[in-house]
Design a binder for this molecule. Structure first.
Ligand code: NDP
Ligand code: MG
Ligand code: MG
Length: 339
């Protein structure tokens, strides 16, 4: 079993007396900044003028342009979207990253694929909560936290690991458990998971199921309930007790059908496709495609989003959810779950 690290394992108060700059004030940014402030750390925000800038000010933080925040801080945590980090780093971070400072990330993307290469004399660490930013904040306030991965890419001062672990304590993750990993492992595993299973896999599975039902003459509204709405109930059971608890809770009919049909749908061929997805993650092909699309003005991203918005399952769902106020996300849920 891999070792879990908890608060008691965090030996050094490595953030104490340090000035911390959180760069970006979005999903992860607001949560890390507020949790660290609540654990009595000295946090400032670095961000461009705009919506987040105003929000961070409103929340009582000292807010500066990115380059200024980097210059003032000992520890700099980059919590902006991955695709803008390379440019932001070269324009506003690199110059202020003097000897002995620490640079942090919540995802290994830019370091692992070589979009950012920090100078050798700074620490480079990662603390990646395994959950969305609004949960990092909410669970912290409830006295809990979101489990996290931590990793060291570069240990220039001998303190990098202590900084990463103390960061995890400050944001609440050490209350729940932290796993040690590498930038490479975290990045590849995270990208594969969100692509093949969590986001891409699940939505494609639901959409295919929806289309099969509708093309078979069934009512779209019923199909929506069947393949999308009910998923939450099933996932809650899986989360609590794995496959076993879910299968204990559904009918024997559903359980028998599950064993029969699951492998007919997710065949060896599907698994081969998943391996191809993993290979594109590992080779950097996916990362380059994503970043190049962003640099070209996001033509592919825009086309994907438009096509997704026009799917039947989305149109029906939008109407049905109007009649189900209990599905409405609260304000915090405007933050994306998987980046
Ligand atoms: P968000 O998309 O929520 O970040 C938005 C923030 O970045 C806003 O403050 C925004 O400011 C700022 N920003 C956007 N564009 C620019 C720009 N061009 N220049 C300066 N600031 C900019 O990011 P996430 O929190 O989703 O992701 C942050 C990091 O955390 C990523 O590395 C991600 O992989 C990682 N991560 C994210 C998770 C999540 O649940 N979202 C989970 C685990 C890790 P403005 O308001 O001005 O646009
Ligand atoms: Mg992930
Ligand atoms: Mg991710």
């Amino acid at each position: 079993m891999v070792k879990m690290f908890y608060e008691a394992d965090v030996e050094k108060a490595a953030l104490e007396g340090k000035k911390i700059a959180v760069i970006g004030y979005g999903s992860q940014g607001h949560a890390h900044a507020q949790n660290l402030r609540d654990t009595k750390h000295d946090v400032i925000i670095g961000i461009r003028p705009g919506k987040s800038f105003d929000k961070a000010k409103e929340d009582g933080f000292e807010v500066y342009p990115v380059a200024e925040a980097v210059a003032k801080a000992d520890i700099i945590m980059v919590l902006t979207p991955d695709e803008i980090q390379e440019k932001l780093y070269h324009e506003d971070i690199e110059a202020g990253l003097t000897k002995g400072k620490a640079l942090g990330f919540a995802h290994g993307f830019n370091i692992n694929f070589g979009f950012i290469t920090p100078p050798k004399d700074v620490d480079v660490f990662m603390l990646a909560p395994k959950g969305p930013g609004h949960l990092v904040r909410r669970t912290f306030q409830e006295g809990q936290g979101v489990p996290a991965l931590f990793a060291i890419y570069q240990d220039a001062t001998g303190n990098a690991r202590d900084i990463a672990m103390d960061w995890g304590k400050g944001v609440g993750s050490a209350r729940m458990g932290m796993l040690e990993t590498s930038f490479k492992e975290e990045t590849e595993e995270d990208l594969f998971g969100e692509q093949a299973v969590l986001c891409g896999g699940v939505t494609a599975l639901m959409n295919a199921g929806f289309e099969v039902l509708v093309e078979g003459g069934y009512a779209p509204e019923l199909a929506y309930f069947e393949v999308l709405h009910e998923m939450k109930l099933i996932v809650d059971l899986l989360y609590e007790g794995g496959f076993k608890k879910m299968r204990q809770s559904v009918s024997n009919t559903a359980e028998f059908g599950d064993y029969v049909a699951g492998p007919r749908v997710i065949t060896e061929e599907v698994k081969e496709n998943m391996k191809a997805v993993l290979a594109d993650v590992q080779s950097g092909k996916f990362a380059n495609d994503f970043v190049n699309d962003y640099k070209a003005g996001s033509p592919k991203m825009k086309a994907y989003r438009e096509a997704a918005a026009n799917l039947g399952i989305e149109k029906v769902g939008e109407e049905l959810r109007k009649a189900m106020p209990f599905t409405k996300a609260d304000d915090d849920d405007m933050f994306k779950i998987y980046n």
